[in-house]
Design a protein around this ligand. Structure first.
Ligand SMILES: Cc1ncc(COP(=O)(O)O)c(C=O)c1O
Length: 372
């Protein structure tokens, strides 16, 4: 198993202040103060114990209420599991679902952890390409092309890292029949669900016949700038969720109580700060994507998350060369599209979760690089 391509670039820039990093996919904001304060206060009060395996009941109830309010999806609190980030949730879901040798469809380009986690769980990851022409959405023809009797599950990851693509309700409707026909379980990573810019997020579980076969993964890392607190959750019907809980109970025991307390505060009072961060990402998105196109990097308009994924084909460099040369010559760090799967080649991922001032300097440097 090769090490993560993203981490390699991250390690190259750590400790160097002369480099502008558009490499790492994490908010440049710190966790809102009221959430940090809640965590600090909970420590002062001595909340340092384990919690129930599934997580604090108050947090699970708040999550279920949020899903009902936003998506009209009904979950009981025992159909929610608090995890140490979506990362743990994805690992649990895959281990719970896959029997040895079964395959899992992994649409690409996508987040780097899915394929290794499928392999670690004894399964076979099957890449399913998505294309710029389809605005990087998953289309039914591509599922048909790759699904076999051994296919157990499909991963959905929208809004998408690295492309910023989303799947609107009408696009999800197009893939539902084939998912049901092949009796697939859907593992839907919705960690960027709160960060959509023109459309309200739709969860595939909302569509007819889907809730019973979907494991929703979500968390607080991106929406509330809580990456280091390691807190997320899974929602699924009891039969599926109890399998995730069993693994979690023996391997993780529970998510950290301090982070769970912070997540309760985020669920109760985090909306305003979240909207402020989202507004700022949106502002940067519009400026950054327009400028990329202006300087000659053809960029699809991302609708969610905080990444731009322009094509670099006009430069005749592959994405690895582009990223390495840009870093060496102009001190701007970005991630080669190829690390997100073969169909990511020919693209580069820039994260705009960095200040506008830095984005502007980076854009000037990228322009100089392209001119040369
Ligand atoms: C699509 C996607 N899923 C999951 C994660 C990890 O989330 P967490 O911090 O909740 O483990 C990331 C982080 O970049 C991501 O982009």
């Amino acid at each position: 198993m090769p090490p993560s391509g993203i981490r390699r670039f991250f390690d190259l820039v750590t400790g160097r202040d002369d480099i502008i990093s558009l490499g790492v996919g994490e908010p440049d904001f710190v966790t809102p103060w009221h959430i940090r304060e809640t965590c600090i206060y909970s420590l002062e009060k001595g909340y340092t114990s384990y919690t129930p395996n599934q997580g604090l009941i108050e947090l699970r109830e708040l999550i279920c209420e949020d899903f009902y309010r936003n998506y009209h999806l009904s979950y009981q609190s025992d159909e929610a599991l608090i995890t140490t980030g979506v990362s743990e949730g994805a690992d649990l879901a895959l281990r719970a679902v896959i029997n040895p040798g079964e395959s899992v469809l992994v649409p690409e380009p996508s987040y780097v952890s899915y394929k290794p986690c499928v392999s670690f769980a004894g399964g076979k990851p099957i890449p399913v390409e998505t294309f710029r022409e389809d605005e990087f959405r998953l289309i039914p023809e591509q599922i048909k092309k790759h699904v076999t009797p051994d296919t157990k599950a499909i991963i959905l990851s929208y809004p998408n890292n690295p492309t910023g693509a989303i799947m609107e309700r009408k696009h999800l409707e197009e893939i539902v029949d084939i998912i049901i026909e092949h009796d697939l379980i859907v593992i839907s990573d919705e960690v960027y669900s709160k960060l959509t810019y023109n459309h309200h997020h739709t969860s595939i579980a909302e569509l007819n016949g889907m809730q019973e076969r979907t494991i929703i993964l979500n968390g607080f890392s991106k929406s509330h700038a809580m990456t280091g607190l390691r807190i997320g959750y899974a929602l699924a019907p009891m039969e599926l969720l109890s399998a995730l809980t069993k693994i979690h109970q023996y391997t993780m025991l529970c998510a950290p109580i301090t982070a769970q307390m912070g997540a309760i505060e985020a669920m109760k009072k985090g909306e305003e700060e979240m909207q402020k961060m989202k507004k700022e990402y949106n502002h940067r998105r519009r400026i950054f994507v327009k400028r990329l196109n202006d300087i000659g990097l053809d960029c699809f308009e991302p609708q969610g998350a905080f990444y731009a994924f322009p094509s670099i084909q006009t430069t005749k460099l592959n994405s690895e060369q582009f990223a390495e040369q840009l870093l060496k010559e102009q001190k701007v760090a970005a991630v080669p599209g190829s690390v997100f799967g073969r169909s990511g080649e020919g693209h580069i991922r820039f994260s705009y979760a960095t200040s506008l001032k830095e984005l502007e300097i980076a854009l000037e440097r990228i322009e100089q690089f392209l001119n040369r």
